[in-house]
Design a protein around this ligand. Structure first.
Ligand SMILES: NC(=O)c1ccc[n+]([C@@H]2O[C@H](COP(=O)([O-])OP(=O)(O)OC[C@H]3O[C@@H](n4cnc5c(N)ncnc54)[C@H](OP(=O)(O)O)[C@@H]3O)[C@@H](O)[C@H]2O)c1
Ligand SMILES: Cc1cc2nc3c(=O)[nH]c(=O)nc-3n(C[C@H](O)[C@H](O)[C@H](O)COP(=O)(O)O)c2cc1C
Length: 482
């Protein structure tokens, strides 16, 4: 569904700028099935979703291990090291000496034992399998691994590391040991392969991070770019410079670390000043800004100008504010800025299903985040699952309905009743509802008490019934035109 008219949007924005003296722009608890396998490392919080991808690797000298760790980090997946029951010594590995490794590779039937099995492999749909090349093939311990489990209905993506050999027949030979698996074409990597290359490869193979990688213990979500972003923060739309500065200081004092601004909010400089003067390490703070439609024709410059206005060395997340003319080229400029280290993550704002279907095939880096209007009266229940299934994090703007609508929403009977039951405020209930749906939030406020309240979302939890009651409030009632 198309909901955006750029010309109308630009006209309205101009009008609002004039009116405001050109001041400002107008999940659920998931438990990872426990494994008592000591070699599977997994996140231990109770609110993340069950993991779907497992990176499995064998590494004798550390090369495959490093790349496997990159993959697991990017995918937010669990990782399992194939540890030989009898470790390989340096002597064992010395090749062309007829040592242990040489002998195993010559013997098609050799099956070195693995020290600990994976106890709950059923939960994983996709296995990324890494191994070194030994005499043109995978080490025989990979055969042991593949013959130990039933891989039907699972996808296996192999990769190898080597001095110089390609993956050759090693992966097809391995496939014959797990012929009921969906076997993807494998790839060889050199020892100096970067994390970025691993990410590009996983993207190209359509292996997405486990969705909704929400960590309710750390209050962060892992974006598909590999960076962590706080789940909740502060929106700065309509905040004047002083309000913006003071609100950010209040946010940071109360432990908030996520700030949302935009070129169109005319307050990037105040955001940057507050961040710089906060005495909090830059890497602890997450700053989002946006390019506006009028900047798309010269986006590379606009990115540099944003960095200058913010006075920061890098931008954590930059979004295109609206779909519109030149958006693909502008996105490509952001992709280049990621490569240049100017931006960590990139994404979109006000893109819906139809716009995404047209846009995504034209770009290389999958957006890390999509920011759209979301509140109990406008829930986007069509868009949210679509976006999350692409491994993209969702963020809601106007969580309280936006100025002019907040009192109706905050006094809604369903919400006030739920708030009273938890001894929290209606604002907190709405924000928590978002988080439990896997939607990150950036409520706007210039009131330090509200800012503090809006960060305090982790002492209570909405029941499934309460979530359902709020879900039932949807009226498809959009409070802005884009
Ligand atoms: N990408 C886009 O196109 C787009 C569009 C719109 C907005 N946004 C982003 O989304 C952010 C949020 O939207 P918004 O600020 O316009 O609207 P909003 O968050 O829905 O509502 C802000 C209003 O809620 C009030 N409020 C905040 N916390 C409250 C609390 N705990 N109790 C009672 N009232 C509370 C604020 O008043 P006080 O100041 O008194 O707290 C303010 O009037 C924006 O700031 C902006 O960063 C993005
Ligand atoms: C027994 C043995 C045989 C090897 N055979 C090859 C080979 O045929 N081709 C190649 O390019 N590298 C070969 N190598 C080098 C490894 O594939 C390469 O160093 C790999 O990246 C090591 O990965 P790891 O550190 O994860 O164990 C061999 C290494 C060993 C120990």
């Amino acid at each position: 569904m198309k909901r955006h008219n750029p010309l109308a949007a630009m006209f309205m924005i101009s009008l609002l700028c004039i009116l405001s003296a050109c001041g400002n722009e107008l999940k659920q608890n998931h438990t990872i099935a426990a494994t008592d396998n000591p070699t599977v490392k997994e996140s231990n919080n109770e609110d993340t979703v069950e993991k779907k991808t497992l990176v499995v690797y064998f590494s004798a000298t550390g090369t495959t291990k490093t790349l496997s760790e990159h993959a697991a980090d990017i995918l937010n997946s669990d990782i399992y090291e194939i540890v030989p029951a009898i470790p390989y010594t340096e002597e064992d590995l010395a090749y062309y000496t007829d040592g242990r490794a040489d002998q195993e590779q010559q013997d098609n039937e050799a099956r070195p034992a693995i020290s600990e099995p994976i106890k709950n492999i059923e939960q994983y749909e996709t296995i990324v399998l890494g191994y070194p090349i030994w005499h043109g093939q995978a080490p025989r311990i990979i055969s042991t691994f593949l013959e130990s489990y039933d891989f039907s209905n699972k996808t296996i993506l192999p990769f190898c590391t080597s001095q110089s050999s390609g993956i050759g027949t090693s992966d097809t030979n391995l496939h014959s040991l797990a012929d009921n698996a969906k076997w993807l074409e494998g790839r060889r990597f050199a020892a100096d392969t970067t994390r970025e290359t691993i990410k590009e490869w996983l993207d190209s193979m359509a292996i997405k991070p486990d969705k909704n990688a929400f960590d309710f213990d750390k209050h962060v979500v892992k974006l598909n770019s590999g960076y962590e972003m706080p789940m909740m923060g502060l929106g700065t739309y309509s905040l004047s410079d002083d309000e913006c500065y003071n609100s950010i200081i209040a946010l940071l004092k109360n432990g908030g670390r996520l700030i949302d601004t935009a070129y169109m909010y005319h307050n990037e400089a105040s955001v940057g000043r507050a961040v710089r003067e906060s005495n909090i390490a830059r890497e602890e703070i997450f700053v989002t800004t946006k390019l506006y439609l009028t900047q798309y024709s010269d986006a590379a410059n606009a990115i540099d100008e944003a960095l200058e206005r913010l006075g920061l060395d890098y931008i954590d997340l930059m979004l295109l504010h609206h779909p519109g003319e030149g958006d693909v080229e502008a996105y490509k400029a952001m992709e280049q800025a990621v490569k240049d280290g100017k931006i960590h993550s990139i994404g979109l704002s006000n893109w819906y299903v139809e716009e995404l279907e047209a846009f995504l095939p034209q770009i290389s880096i999958t957006p890390a985040l999509i920011q759209n209007e979301i509140h109990p009266y406008y829930q986007e229940n069509d868009v949210i699952p679509y976006v999350q299934n692409l491994g993209i994090t969702m963020q809601g703007w106007y969580p309280f309905g936006g100025r002019g609508h907040t009192s109706e929403l905050l006094s809604d009977k369903t919400i006030t009743t739920i708030a009273a039951a938890h001894n929290v405020t209606p604002a907190q209930v709405i924000l928590r509802w978002n988080l439990q749906k896997g939607v990150t939030v950036i409520p706007g406020s210039s009131n330090p008490n509200h800012i503090q309240e809006n960060l305090d979302l982790f002492t209570f939890e909405l029941s499934q019934d309460e979530m359902a009651q709020i879900n039932a409030l949807d009226r498809n009632e959009k409070h802005d035109w884009y």
